[in-house]
Write a protein that binds this ligand. Structure first.
Ligand SMILES: C[S@@+](CC[C@H](N)C(=O)[O-])C[C@H]1O[C@@H](n2cnc3c(N)ncnc32)[C@H](O)[C@@H]1O
Length: 338
């Protein structure tokens, strides 16, 4: 069973009340200064001060050697570029994080006009007056401290990444491992019209991070939950999650996203059951708690074994069944003789 806790409120307030060392991985996409309607920082420095406080809360919550995956991009307003990813990376380093991987999220090209028409000369651009569009975002993969967590072999084996086998030039390769082995990750943007949120990330982004930098049954934190994408990814990958979102209007979207899309995969509990399980007690530790959705997850439904492994396993099962039948028939023959 995995547990998914969603809190309504300012992540700074809520994180201060959370238990020390209770998180194994943080995956998040914070506001990009004032790029969206939900942010109104007075100055860029105010924004950086806020992010400094937020990132400063993480070392207490994360286990030593835990990872922090931070998705951001630069923001240009009135011809001024705000180098958000680089300033946030400096803040991470200041708080004891080490940059492990600089991943670039590549979006499909030419989904926007080549130059933005509003502020710049769109039809007949002159030198120095162009707005250069951008098809990438940054994803800093940072680790708290100098070493990876202490992990026992069994937990590692249980969380092994398994994908689909594909054939490339006559050789069998694991397609998922191929995709994961580059620092450029290509996937579509989440559609704002579908998400009803202007800046949701596609589920692949937190899913890749969770599979690569956490173990099954770990707890994943997203302090800027938005529509709940990180919690959904955690749920599908058999991890627990804690999500915090300041804007009440996104709670309906979060609830929708977390509603089971396969009735055999999750079991939701009634308020009565939650009360009986004593989970409510856990919830009231926090102010503004909205709802809690424990889910029961059957790992085998989601596990995609490569054909080679599947075949090998089936052959082994067949051999075992044949062996058992042989033993059974000799027992039968023996008891008949008696
Ligand atoms: C870039 S969006 C995150 C989108 C999310 N990754 C998704 O897939 O839906 C940032 C979110 O942070 C929320 N937010 C801004 N300030 C916050 C704060 N102080 N505490 C918690 N959430 C906050 C915003 O309302 C917004 O939904």
């Amino acid at each position: 069973m995995t547990l998914h806790q969603i809190y309504h409120g300012d992540c700074l307030e809520i994180m201060k009340q959370m238990e020390k060392d209770s998180i194994h991985l943080v995956v998040t996409s914070p506001p990009y200064y004032n790029a969206r309607e939900y942010s109104t920082y007075k100055t860029y420095q105010d924004y950086l001060n806020f992010m400094d406080e937020v990132i400063g809360c993480l070392p207490r919550l994360l286990v030593e050697g835990g990872y922090f995956c931070l998705n951001t991009t630069s923001y240009t307003e009135k011809k001024v570029m705000y180098p958000i990813p680089f300033d946030l990376l400096n803040i991470c380093t200041k708080h004891g994080f080490t940059l492990m991987w600089d991943v670039i999220w590549l979006k499909p090209k030419y989904t926007q006009a080549l130059w933005r028409s509003s502020d710049y000369n769109y039809k007949k651009p002159y030198p120095y007056s162009l707005y250069l569009n951008c098809f990438h975002e940054y994803l800093w993969i940072c680790r708290l401290g100098e070493q990876n967590r202490d992990i026992n072999e069994e937990a590692l084996e249980a969380s092994r990444i398994v994908g689909n086998t594909i054939e490339i030039k006559g050789k069998l390769k694991d397609e998922k491992i191929l995709r994961y082995s580059y620092r450029e990750w290509e996937f579509e943007v989440a559609k704002p019209s579908k998400e009803k949120h202007s800046a949701a990330y596609p589920i692949e982004l937190p899913s890749y991070c969770i599979e690569l930098f956490s173990l099954k049954n770990d707890t994943i934190l997203d302090p800027f939950l938005g529509t709940g994408t990180t919690s959904k990814a955690a749920m599908l990958l058999a991890r627990n999650s804690v999500g915090i979102e300041a804007n009440k209007q996104y709670f309906e979207l979060i609830q929708k996203k977390l509603v089971p899309d396969h009735k055999n995969m999750y079991q939701y509990y009634s308020q009565q059951e939650i009360d009986n399980m004593g989970l409510k007690e856990h919830l009231v530790e926090f102010k503004n708690a909205e709802f809690i959705t424990p889910s029961k997850y059957k790992v085998y439904l989601k596990e995609e074994l490569p054909t080679k492994v599947k075949n090998a396993r089936n052959t082994k099962i067949k051999q075992e069944v044949a062996e058992e039948k042989k033993i059974q028939s000799s027992i039968d023959a023996f008891s008949k003789e008696e």
